[in-house]
Design a protein around this ligand. Structure first.
Ligand code: PHE
Length: 339
C-alpha cells in the first residue's frame, strides 16, 4: 500500500505541475484529495490493515495529503502569476514605439503669393486697403466711369444678388472707396477676391486681384512703368521682362494691358504662353480725370496711376501651374507640393 501511495504522489506531482488553468487545477484537487478522491479511498482501506500498521500508514497518508495540498497551493500561485503576466502583456504599451505623425498643413500657393505681394508693395510705401466682396453698382461700375450699356454689366458676366447688389467683378472698387475716405496723397494696394461668370483653364468664377492706386501731384505714366518693373523683378526675378500694350478700361486714360515674358520659354513660344512668348498679368492706366472729379479731386492738380493684377495668374506663373482650376479644387496631392 505504501508503494502504491508513493506512485500516486508522484503522478499527482507531475500532473499538478503541468496544469496552467485554475479550472484544471481544481479538477486535480478533487481527483487527489477531494471527498471521492484517490487519497480518500486509501483512507477507507486503513481498516483492512493489521492493527499495528494502521497508525504508521495513517501518518504516511497525512503526509501525502499535505504534500499534495502544498503542490496544489504552489501551482495555484504559479497560475496566478502566469495570468497576471498575460494581462500585463496584453495591456502593456511600448513606450519606445514612434508616435503617429500629424499631417502638417501648408500655405496655399495663393496665400503665399498674396503675402509676398503685400511685402513687396509695403516695402515701397503702399498701405493695404480693403473693400467688401458684396458691392453696389455704383462702386463696381458707375464711379468707375463704366457706361450703363457696358457688356461687363450684363448678367452673363456679373453675379447679381439683387437689383443693385452684386459680387464685385474687380478690386477697382477699392480705388473708389479709398478716394472717398482718404486724404491725398493716396498710395494703396488692395488684394482680394473677385467674381465673374466664367470658368475654364485660365478663368475661375472666383479669383483674386491686387489693385494698386497712387494719386498725388505729378504722378506720371513713367512712375507706373517703374513701379511695375520693380514689382515684376522682385516677384519673378531679374531675367523676367514685361511689356505694356495699349488697351481700354473705362476708368483709366490712357489704359494698358501688362504682359510678362513667358516664365517657361522666355519668349520663344511654348504651350504655356500658347506660342506668343508672353503671358497676360493684368490691366493698368492713368486714373481718368472723370473719376477723380466725380470724387471731388482736382484733376488739374492731382494725377494718379492704377493697376490690377491677377494674383492667381501670378501664382500660376510663379509655380508653373497649367490650369487655374487646380488652385481651387483642394486636391491634397496638388497642395502638398507647396509645403
Ligand atoms: N479692374 C481691371 C480688370 O479687372 C484691371 C485694371 C485695374 C485696369 C486698374 C486698370 C487699372 O480688368
Amino acid at each position: 500500500m505504501k508503494e502504491e501511495l508513493k506512485k500516486v504522489v508522484t503522478s499527482a506531482k507531475s500532473e499538478i505541475n503541468s496544469v496552467v488553468s485554475m479550472h484544471n487545477l481544481m479538477q486535480l484537487k478533487s481527483k487527489y484529495i477531494g471527498k471521492k478522491s484517490i487519497l480518500n479511498s486509501f483512507m477507507q482501506k486503513i481498516g483492512s490493515l493489521p492493527k499495528e500498521e494502521r497508525p504508521a500508514f495513517g501518518q504516511t497518508l497525512n503526509i501525502a495529503k499535505n504534500q499534495i495540498e502544498q503542490m496544489i497551493a504552489d501551482q495555484e500561485e504559479k497560475i496566478k502569476e502566469l495570468d497576471y503576466n498575460k494581462t500585463l502583456q496584453s495591456e502593456s504599451i511600448d513606450l519606445t514605439m514612434p508616435g503617429r505623425k500629424r499631417a502638417k498643413g501648408s500655405l496655399h500657393p495663393i496665400t503665399k503669393v498674396w503675402r509676398e505681394i503685400e511685402d513687396i508693395f509695403m516695402s515701397m510705401g503702399f498701405e493695404v486697403a480693403e473693400g467688401p466682396d458684396v458691392e453696389d453698382e455704383y462702386h463696381n461700375f458707375d464711379a468707375l466711369n463704366t457706361p450703363q450699356d457696358h457688356p461687363a454689366r450684363e448678367l452673363s458676366d456679373t453675379f447679381y444678388l439683387d437689383n443693385d447688389v452684386l459680387l464685385r467683378t474687380q478690386t477697382s472698387t477699392v480705388q473708389i472707396r479709398t478716394m472717398e475716405n482718404h486724404s491725398l496723397p493716396i498710395k494703396i494696394i488692395s488684394p482680394g477676391s473677385c467674381y465673374r461668370n466664367e470658368n475654364d483653364a485660365s478663368h475661375s468664377p472666383m479669383f483674386h486681384q491686387v489693385e494698386a492706386l497712387f494719386v498725388d501731384e505729378g504722378v506720371s505714366f513713367t512712375d507706373l512703368r517703374d513701379m511695375l518693373n520693380i514689382f515684376v523683378k522682385k516677384m519673378f526675378g531679374d531675367k523676367i521682362e514685361f511689356r505694356i500694350r495699349p488697351h481700354y478700361f473705362p476708368f483709366t486714360e490712357p489704359s494698358a494691358e501688362i504682359d510678362i515674358i513667358c516664365v517657361k520659354c522666355y519668349g520663344e513660344g511654348c504651350n504655356l504662353c500658347k506660342g506668343s512668348g508672353w503671358l497676360e498679368m493684368g490691366g493698368a492706366g492713368m486714373v481718368d480725370p472723370n473719376v477723380l472729379e466725380k470724387l471731388g479731386i482736382d484733376s488739374e492738380k492731382y494725377t494718379g496711376y492704377a493697376f490690377g493684377l491677377g494674383m492667381d495668374r501670378i501664382a500660376m506663373l510663379k509655380y508653373k501651374i497649367p490650369d487655374m482650376r487646380l488652385l481651387f479644387e483642394n486636391d491634397i496631392r496638388f497642395l502638398k507640393q507647396f509645403s
